[in-house]
Design a binder for this molecule. Structure first.
Ligand SMILES: Cc1cc2nc3c(=O)[nH]c(=O)nc-3n(C[C@H](O)[C@H](O)[C@H](O)COP(=O)(O)OP(=O)(O)OC[C@H]3O[C@@H](n4cnc5c(N)ncnc54)[C@H](O)[C@@H]3O)c2cc1C
Length: 372
């Protein structure tokens, strides 16, 4: 195999499709089976559209919501609104990831589904990687991309420092129906130690997704109690929670969401998407970064596989391109996350920003990229 991708989320699926279309033999190992739900706000910045269209995967086929306005509320319910300069679209990960998977299959990508990678090792003598799966199988590849998301046991195996630091954040997501909610708005509502995003996706559905802390959940015991006793103190969230029809039997929940810096290359594996660094969900740019990272990784791997660059050059080029594209965005994202760290601070920040609309748009520009 020329190239193997560990994880078939947005970064893995886009890079696989890109590399297959460049004529390489590509395999993706994904621990789940498509389609499946994922904790994610499901708002995608329009910066990704040219790339997805070049890959023959125009999301317009999925009937996404076109989103052009932003609304932010403080824990007390004070509101600021702003146009979104570039805008975005809303589509569920259930639909979007499956769409890219189907495109990958059609382009000749080999998928190993319901398979988990437990180990990756580089053999310098053979100049290739051996990847071990949980069922004991091994796969060999000249290039490996780490596209396995925010956190996996592989990070421990690769001795990545962030893995040892615990993160207080957890994420919850489900779909709603709420007649009257405008389809062109992404709303972010703050509450004590967290914030919730709500925006339209395909059909007449909305994605409701929030970031809170393990401590918040521990104090209140259950997700419904957390929502009633903490989220609903924001009157805007109370209106939503009171009126919405919940479309999931159980919410999706994940924990240990870390925004700690990571390296884009580890032991000759090119890390891509959240495996290379996660921007705070407040910025709504993680999916665009995963797709843009896929474009950078695919270009770097293509140069090596086609014999134009050495492995050393491929890794150095990728790390440089990755830092140039995402380094500053991640730093600003971490600072923004701190601003919304507590109820008093986020009340003051939203209160101040209401009178300073230029600052809101400047923050958005610094946490988003250009169309690629
Ligand atoms: C609460 C929250 C809200 C968010 N909201 C938004 C938003 O509105 N807009 C936005 O742009 N971004 C948002 N993001 C960020 C966005 O979800 C991520 O940046 C994006 O999903 C990254 O894609 P990825 O391909 O790197 O990882 P993922 O999409 O997580 O894919 C990783 C894949 O790897 C698989 N995997 C993991 N380990 C293994 C293994 N060992 N072997 C095989 N497979 C494995 C997983 O099953 C998964 O399918 C949000 C994040 C959070 C936490």
């Amino acid at each position: 195999m020329d190239i193997l991708l560990i994880g078939g989320g947005l970064a893995g699926l886009a890079a696989a499709l890109d590399l297959a279309r460049r004529g390489h033999q590509v395999a993706v190992v994904e621990r789940k089976q498509y389609p499946f739900h994922k904790v994610c706000g499901e708002y995608v910045s329009n910066e990704v559209l040219p790339y997805l269209r070049r890959l023959g995967a125009d999301p317009a086929e999925l009937g996404p919501a076109a989103i052009s306005r932003f609304l932010l509320s403080s824990p007390g319910g004070r509101i600021l609104t702003s146009p979104l300069d570039l805008g975005g679209f809303g589509v569920s990960r259930y639909v979007l990831d499956d769409f890219l998977y189907q495109k990958g299959l059609a382009a000749g990508v080999t998928f190993h589904l319901k398979s988990t990678v437990t180990d990756v090792a580089f053999d310098p003598a053979a100049n290739r990687h051996t990847v071990t799966l949980a069922d004991g199988r091994t796969l060999a590849a000249r290039v490996v991309l780490g596209t396995y998301g925010k956190r996996a046991n592989l990070d421990r195996q690769l001795q990545r420092p962030f893995f040892a630091q615990r993160s207080p954040y957890l994420g919850v997501k489900y779909h709603l129906r709420l007649p009257g909610f405008p389809r062109d708005v992404i709303a972010l509502h703050n509450f004590a130690d967290g914030y919730a995003g709500i925006s339209a996706i395909e059909e007449d559905k909305l994605c409701f997704c929030y970031l809170s802390t393990r401590q918040n959940l521990k104090t209140h015991g259950t997700i419904p109690a957390l929502e009633r006793q903490v989220l609903a103190r924001n009157p805007r969230l109370r209106e939503i929670l009171d009126a919405a029809e919940v479309l999931y039997p159980q919410p999706e929940v994940i924990n240990e969401i870390s925004f700690a810096p990571k390296q884009p290359v580890e032991q000759h594996v090119l890390m891509c998407g959240d495996a290379a660094g996660l921007i705070t969900p407040l910025c709504g740019n993680g999916m665009a970064m995963a797709l843009h990272g896929a474009a950078l990784a695919a270009a770097a791997a293509d140069g090596f596989l086609a014999g134009r660059t050495s492995r050393v050059q491929m890794e150095a080029d990728y790390a440089r391109a990755w830092q140039a594209q995402f380094g500053a965005r991640l730093r600003v994202g971490r600072a923004v996350q701190q601003l919304f760290g507590g109820p008093l601070l986020s009340e003051a920040v939203v209160g101040g920003l209401r009178y300073w609309p230029g600052a809101v748009r400047a923050l958005m520009r610094r946490t988003h990229g250009q169309p690629f």
